[in-house]
Design a protein around this ligand. Structure first.
Ligand code: DQA
Length: 139
């Protein structure tokens, strides 16, 4: 099984960025742990701060892998283009967030992409990614 993780804007700064909200851990060290947790799953990671690059990656991975774990960062709340990209591809997409977006600013409560996703997981810190992979890996 092949899973593509796609991280959007500012998520390259995990470990440094607002650690009280997003934690102190870098994504690279977390992914090593994820790969140990799912030895039978090939986990690829991609991060970009650019909306177009995220769309290109969804197009590519969406026909080449078995599932996408997408943390679109702030584009979650604004991007109809990402919604259309998720709708356009074959692979199921799980929307994830590290923080619980429902107990933060009101503008974070709306997701443009959730209607096209298989499901949404938020609020469990980096563990949100593990839970998403578990959901996608279930037969
Ligand atoms: C986030 C939540 C978004 O509202 C925010 O813009 C992010 C990170 C999260 O993982 O909690 O960049 O997607």
């Amino acid at each position: 099984m092949k899973i593509q993780i796609i991280n959007g804007p500012n998520l390259n700064l995990l470990g440094q960025r607002e650690p009280d909200i997003y934690g102190q851990r870098t994504f690279d060290t977390y992914v090593e742990e994820l790969r140990r947790t799912f030895p039978d799953v090939t986990i690829d990671c991609f991060q970009s701060n650019c909306e177009g690059a995220l769309i290109d990656k969804i197009h590519e991975a969406g026909f080449a892998c078995d599932g996408i774990v997408l943390n679109a960062g702030a584009y979650t709340h604004t991007s109809i283009a990402l919604l259309d990209a998720v709708k356009a591809v074959k692979a199921p997409v799980v929307e994830v967030h590290i923080s619980n977006v429902h107990c933060r600013e009101p503008f974070r409560r709306q997701s443009m992409i959730a209607p096209a996703c298989r499901g949404v997981i938020c609020g469990f810190g980096l563990d949100s990614y593990r839970l998403a992979i578990e959901a996608l890996a279930k037969p």
